[in-house]
Design a protein around this ligand. Structure first.
Ligand code: FAD
Length: 452
């Protein structure tokens, strides 16, 4: 007979998995999970956080650069400092913490009903556990796209890392990934790693970006590249990795307007390290298995204005919902999700969700250069925060809301960049107007003014 935590295994017979009961179970202990848990706890719910790492804090533990907290705390903090403020708050409550614990699945019954209690199964150091909650908050963050996802040709030597992995090696493990690096992708993680590598004595040959514009925040281009004389090569990509055991060089090529490499522009750049900062993918395998519908544009859940997914009682926030550029925005969004999850759990059903309104059911679709619109559904006539991102930079564009072809809202003309997540409050009277027009869909359209 083998002891396995609190369960006992005997000739293949496993005792019932231990179950603990909560109102709200939060999956993920990054900034989104902590903010959601604190908001749910403040609303009076019994809350648990499940985190697969040994520590709370999520990805912020390795983001040792400043730039966090400017809007939330009106103070510039590093990632670990920002995370610590929430860790301290969590520790000051009776929120149950399950660290070193990986959630394996969410069982919401079949089919998921309004009255369902969700069972979250996790593997903890004490063995398999089940936590039940009337509400679950998905806060699992995202992972980085890898070489295989962008299919860079060439050999397969050591020395190709995602930028976040290199960030972990340097900032947490105190390991040096290489001596001479090329960075592919000008997203914020790539820009920040260009500076970090330089500060750690790794020579950065350049940052190469497929698009004709930088993908990171303007302040990061200035603070991380311009201030360190690191060249940024736009409309250029890595077309081959060269090297046997270890990277010896990469071949870079310019691309045309269709983003295809231009023959004859190939150039070999000697290096021993290639860092990839080529996008993030929300970690939604658990969500899909639980029956949550995903939006193909965000690769996160389709949610309503209270950030509830299509499965009653399951909410989503932070990077698992859509990729954020600022942790401060993650916190604000997640507090909203946590409060809504507590209202749902304590209220006893979707119909008691403070803002739900059975006569209101609108889908929200992006148009023009808007890449996505979130929430994807509006089920209440109430002030609603709409988030979106544009697909390309423009100097002058206008945000409009259309219902049955009629313009029901128009924002100011201004510049938009893909690196910045935009949001604005949609007044209740605009939603009511759309309903009065008999619309079942509203369209969030971002239209460049010069092309109008
Ligand atoms: C490599 C990298 C670097 C970044 N650098 C910056 C930066 O410098 N500045 C900035 O503003 N933003 C940065 N970001 C964006 C950053 O992710 C967000 O600002 C913010 O941290 C997102 O918070 P989150 O809680 O949604 O996700 P995360 O911080 O990623 O937290 C998610 C947590 O969920 C846990 N988890 C996932 N699946 C499970 C499971 N099945 N069971 C249990 N736990 C699970 C993970 O272990 C993790 O701790 C970075 C992102 C990445 C990926």
């Amino acid at each position: 007979m083998a002891e396995f935590g609190s369960s006992t295994i005997d000739c293949g017979v496993v005792e019932a998995v231990q179950t603990q009961v909560f109102d709200v179970v939060v999956i993920g202990g990054g900034p989104s999970g902590m903010a959601a848990a604190l908001a749910a706890h403040k609303a009076g719910a019994r809350v648990a956080i499940v985190e697969r790492e040994q520590h709370l804090g999520g990805i912020l533990r390795q983001c040792i650069h400043p730039g966090f907290g400017l809007s939330h705390f009106k103070q510039e903090l590093t990632g670990p400092e920002y995370a610590q403020r929430f860790i301290d708050q969590v520790h000051a409550t009776d929120i149950a913490l399950f660290l070193n614990s990986m959630v394996l699945g969410i069982d919401s019954g079949e089919p998921a009903e309004d009255t369902a209690v969700h069972a979250v199964t996790l593997m903890s150091p004490a063995g398999m556990l089940q936590l039940t909650g009337r509400a679950v908050v998905l806060a699992m963050g995202c992972r980085e796209r890898t070489r295989s996802e962008i299919k860079i040709p060439g050999s397969r030597p050591a020395g190709v890392f995602t930028a976040g992995l290199a960030q972990r090696y340097i900032n947490i493990e105190n390991l040096k990934p290489g001596s001479r690096a090329v960075i592919l992708g000008s997203g914020d993680i790539g820009l920040i790693m260009a500076r970090r590598c330089t500060l750690e004595g790794i020579s950065v040959e350049g940052v190469y970006e497929l698009m004709p514009y930088a993908n990171g925040l303007r302040r990061n281009v200035k603070n991380c590249l311009d201030d360190f004389d690191i060249p940024l090569h736009l409309s250029t990509t890595v077309t081959r990795v060269i090297g046997h055991d270890r990277v010896e060089a990469v071949e870079v090529s310019q691309v045309d307007e269709r983003l295809a490499p231009i023959p004859g522009t190939e150039r070999v750049v000697p290096c021993d390290t290639l860092l990839l900062s080529v996008g993030l993918i929300p970690e939604n395998e658990l969500s899909v298995a639980a029956g949550v519908e995903l939006d193909p544009r965000t690769r996160g859940a389709v949610v309503d204005q209270s950030l509830q997914t299509g499965v009653p009682g399951i909410f989503a926030c932070g990077n698992v919902l859509h990729v954020h550029d600022l942790a401060d925005n993650v916190t604000t969004e997640s507090e909203h999700a946590g409060a809504a999850a507590a209202a749902y759990a304590l209220g006893g059903g979707a119909e008691t969700n403070a803002v739900a309104d059975t006569s209101c059911e609108l889908t929200v679709s992006p148009a023009g250069i808007a890449g996505y619109a979130l929430p994807g559904r509006i089920t209440a006539v109430a002030l609603t925060k709409l988030n979106f991102r544009v697909r390309r930079p423009v100097d002058t564009a206008r945000v409009r809301i259309l219902a049955n072809g009629e313009e029901v809202f128009a924002g100011k003309v201004r510049a938009f960049k893909p690196s910045v997540m935009e949001s604005f409050p949609l007044p209740a009277k605009v939603i009511q107007r759309a309903l009065d027009l008999g619309a079942s869909e509203i369209v969030l359209s971002v239209d460049p003014v010069e092309e109008a």
